[in-house]
Design a protein around this ligand. Structure first.
Ligand code: HEM
Length: 314
C-alpha cells in the first residue's frame, strides 16, 4: 500500500489536480512538488482507521502486566499478515487459472516475504521471559492460537486438510462455516498442475486422476505425477529442446510452492521452540498436549510429489 502521505507526481489525466505545495509547511518544497490533496477530508489516520485500530488492544490481566500489550499486538499483526497471505494466495490461484505463471511466481515471492516476517517476529515475542508470561497466562484460558480461523484457512488452502480442526472453534458456527469452505478449496498446487496440463503439449503426461482428485483431502504421493515433474525439472536444462527456456516459469512456480511449504515448517519449528521455552512441556491454553502436539505437526508434508521429485533427479 502506498503511503497516503507520499505524494507522487500529479496525475496528468486528472483535471482536478492543480498541484502546488504550501511552502510554510516545508521551506524546501517548491510549488508543483506536491499535487493538491484531492480528498480534502482524507488523512493518514482516517484512511488507515488508526484511531479504531488503537482501540483494539485490550489487556485482561489483573493486576496489569507490562508484557501483555506485546503479546496482543504480536498476535494481531500475525492475523493481519494471514489476511494478506490469503489475499495473495487467491491471486496466485487466479493467475495460474489464467495461465500466467510469472505473475503467480511474483505473488508467491511476496508470500515468502510475509512468511519471513512471521518467522522473524518470534524473537520479538521471546523478549518476554517465561516468568513474565506465567504471570498473565491464566487470563487467556481457554483462548489459543489453536483457534485462529485465518491460520486454519491458510492451512486448508495450502493442503493441510484436517476436518477435525473444525471442532476447535467451539460454538462459533460462522467461523466453522468459513473454515468449511476452505477445507474443500483446491490448493495452489492443484491450480498449478491444472495449468501444467494445459501447457502439456504431449510433454508431461499429467495423469488424469491428478486433475479430478477430491480437493477436500490432503495431497498424496503420485509416482506418475512425480514422473511428469521430473520432465518439468529437466526441461530447462535440456539443450536438445529447441524451447528449453519454455518451461522455466513453471519450474520456478514449482520451486516457489515448495519454498512456501518449507517456510511454513520453519515457522512451526520456531513456534514450538518458543512454546518449549515459554511453558516447557505443559499443556496449552487450548487444551492440547502443547509442545508434544505441535512437534507432530512438523512431520506432515503438503506437496509430497514436489519433495519426491528430488530423489529422481540424480
Ligand atoms: C508466548 C507465546 C506463545 C505460546 C506459549 C504459544 C503456545 C501454543 C500452544 C501450547 C499451542 C498448542 C495448542 C494449545 O493447546 O494451546 C499453540 C498453537 C498455536 N499457536 Fe501459539 N503460542 C504462542 C504464540 C503464538 C503466536 C505469536 C502465534 C501467531 C499467530 C501463535 C499461533 C499459534 C497457532 C496458529 C497454533 C496452532 C498450531 C497448529 O495446530 O498446528 N502462537 N500455541
Amino acid at each position: 500500500m502506498a503511503c497516503p502521505f507520499a505524494h507522487s507526481a500529479p496525475d496528468p489525466a486528472s483535471s482536478g489536480s492543480t498541484g502546488g505545495a504550501n511552502p510554510n509547511l516545508n521551506p524546501h518544497l517548491k510549488p508543483g512538488d506536491m499535487p493538491a490533496v484531492r480528498h480534502t477530508n482524507l488523512t493518514y489516520g482516517s484512511y488507515l482507521k488508526v484511531a479504531e485500530l488503537l482501540t483494539l488492544q485490550q489487556p485482561l490481566s489483573v493486576p496489569p502486566h507490562h508484557d501483555e500489550m506485546l503479546f496482543i499486538i504480536s498476535h494481531q499483526v500475525y492475523e493481519l499478515w494471514f489476511r494478506q497471505m490469503l489475499h495473495d494466495l487467491h491471486g496466485v490461484c487466479g493467475h495460474l487459472d489464467a495461465d500466467e505463471p510469472l505473475k503467480a511466481a511474483q505473488l508467491l515471492d511476496r508470500v515468502h516475504k510475509i512468511q519471513n516476517l512471521l518467522i522473524e517476529q518470534i524473537p520479538l515475542l521471546e523478549t518476554m521471559f517465561s516468568t513474565d508470561f506465567a504471570r498473565f497466562r491464566d487470563n487467556l484460558r481457554p483462548a489459543s492460537g489453536f483457534q485462529s480461523v485465518q491460520f486454519r484457512k491458510v492451512e486448508f488452502l495450502l493442503g493441510a486438510k484436517n476436518p477435525r480442526i473444525l471442532d476447535l472453534v467451539g460454538d462459533d458456527q460462522s467461523a466453522r462455516d468459513e473454515m468449511t469452505t476452505y477445507l474443500s478449496k483446491s490448493t495452489p498446487y492443484d491450480h498449478f498442475i491444472a495449468h501444467l496440463a494445459r501447457e502439456d503439449h504431449g510433454r508431461f503426461n499429467i495423469p488424469a486422476a491428478a486433475l479430478k482428485r477430491d480437493t477436500s483431502k490432503p495431497h498424496e504421493l503420485s509416482e506418475d505425477l512425480v514422473t511428469s515433474l521430473v520432465t518439468l525439472y529437466r526441461a530447462p536444462y535440456d539443450k536438445s529442446l529447441a524451447v528449453n527456456e519454455r518451461y522455466w516459469p513453471q519450474f520456478i512456480v514449482a520451486e516457489h510452492l515448495l519454498q512456501m511449504e518449507e517456510k511454513l515448517a520453519i515457522w512451526r519449528f520456531h513456534h514450538v521452540k518458543m512454546v518449549e521455552r515459554m511453558i516447557g512441556f505443559g499443556s496449552g491454553t487450548g487444551g492440547s498436549s502443547g509442545a508434544k502436539y505441535l512437534r507432530q505437526t512438523l512431520e506432515a508434508k503438503l506437496y509430497p510429489d514436489l519433495w519426491s521429485v528430488r530423489d529422481r533427479l540424480g
